[in-house]
Design a protein around this ligand. Structure first.
Ligand code: ADP
Ligand code: MG
Length: 362
């Protein structure tokens, strides 16, 4: 390099490590990306095993479709994805991932291993990556994929130092997995740390997932947002409220389902509010506002109910590409959404006042 030039293009390894910082902030972000991949692979059972809250090991095992030898070799390459081909695909994306960044980022800041096998293959493949060096071997393996992330941030001292106590990192992971359990009630999940079970959600229905995650106290006071299949539960005379919800959501081309708590249950925090948009757990100030509006004066000021709400919205009406970690979504027409969700909440509360004996638990 001559004295005249002070600008140079960074080498790929440095570029990857910088980019990794955006995707991989802490062990919980690794868990999120790996579980998202397992969900995208069609897994029915997902096991997350941690050592030392993920600092020493994060291992995610799934029984999804697995990868061919060619694909597993390509998978940790930046911008390598099977989920998106052109920018127009992004408008209607239905998978959790699409950027092809996660495995590239994670593998650049850890000692990284994938063992995978497709049903149609007789042997599996093991890929091991450390300091950019790749080993590939044939191995016997069950159908599906296990990704193991050893010694996260071992080669990025700044990140390593930034990690919090084991208890704090574990609570972030447990929060993340809780969101995913509520978003995917049909998938069975377990989370262990140093051999101890932290969370488990058996493959079942949303109500049972609520019992697993929010506990019995909250579950007992949950009311299901009415839908067609519940008409019999309320009888003919409550049909009006159900029809009202149906016409609201049909008109808006939105599906709203889930559970909200009776006004007798409330907390000072929004911790018991869970929103899932097109199967993706999200946070949303707009949706919190919609909930508050729906309860209106039924709750004391500055208190929040428990709610687990699944929204199905035309993918062109939501932008999931706001943030690399995909936790925030942006709605094209926020005001309309707030109005519809708050109307549905209000109607649900009214319906259960009309039929006070019916609760979700029955
Ligand atoms: P993205 O999920 O955005 O496509 P990733 O870096 O997370 O990017 O993964 C890259 C590719 O590796 C995926 O598109 C997928 O084809 C494959 N892959 C990753 N994890 C799994 C898994 N658990 N099962 C099957 N395929 C996987
Ligand atoms: Mg992914």
């Amino acid at each position: 390099m001559s004295k005249e030039s002070s600008i140079h293009v960074l080498d790929q390894d440095t570029i990857n490590k910088i980019a990794a910082g955006e995707v991989v902030e802490r062990p919980a972000s690794v868990v999120k990306e790996l579980v998202d991949n397992a969900i995208d692979a069609g897994a029915k059972n997902i096991r997350v095993e941690l050592k030392d809250s993920g600092k020493t090991l994060i291992s995610v095992r799934d029984d999804g479709k697995g990868m061919s030898r060619e694909d597993v070799i390509l998978s940790p390459t930046k911008h390598a994805t099977s989920k998106l081909s052109t920018i127009t695909d992004l408008e209607s994306i239905s998978t959790m991932g699409f950027r092809g960044e996660a495995l590239a980022a994670i593998s650049s800041v850890s000692k990284f291993e994938i063992i995978t096998k497709r049903k149609e293959d007789s042997t599996g493949t093991r890929l091991y990556l450390e300091d950019g060096k790749q080993e590939i071997t044939d191995v016997g393996a069950p159908d599906g994929t296990t990704v193991s992330v050893h010694t996260l941030f071992y080669n990025t001292p700044a990140r390593l130092k930034y990690m919090k106590s084991d208890a704090t990192e574990l609570s972030h992971i447990a929060g993340m997995v809780s969101d995913l359990i509520l978003a995917n009630p049909a998938i069975s999940f377990t989370l262990t740390n140093n051999g101890k079970t932290i969370l488990s959600g058996a493959s079942s229905n949303l109500f049972n997932s609520i019992v697993d995650i929010l506990g019995h106290e909250a579950a007992r006071v949950m009311m299901e947002i009415p839908s067609d299949h519940m008409e019999s539960q309320f009888g003919e005379n409550k049909k009006e409220a159900i029809d009202q919800i149906k016409s609201l959501t049909d008109y808006a081309d939105i599906e709203i389902s889930g559970y909200i708590s009776k006004p007798t249950f409330s907390k000072t925090t929004t911790d018991n509010l869970y929103f899932i948009v097109n199967n993706r757990p999200v946070t949303s100030k707009e949706l919190i506002k919609a909930i508050r509006l729906g309860y209106y004066t039924k709750l004391p000021k500055d208190r929040y109910p428990a709610a687990v709400i699944h929204l199905k919205i035309n993918p062109t009406e939501v932008d999931v590409n706001v943030h690399p970690r995909k936790v925030e979504v942006r709605f094209k027409d926020e005001n309309r959404l707030v109005r519809i969700v708050s109307d549905v909440i209000e109607t649900t509360l009214r319906l259960y006042e009309l039929a006070p004996k019916v609760t979700a638990a029955e």
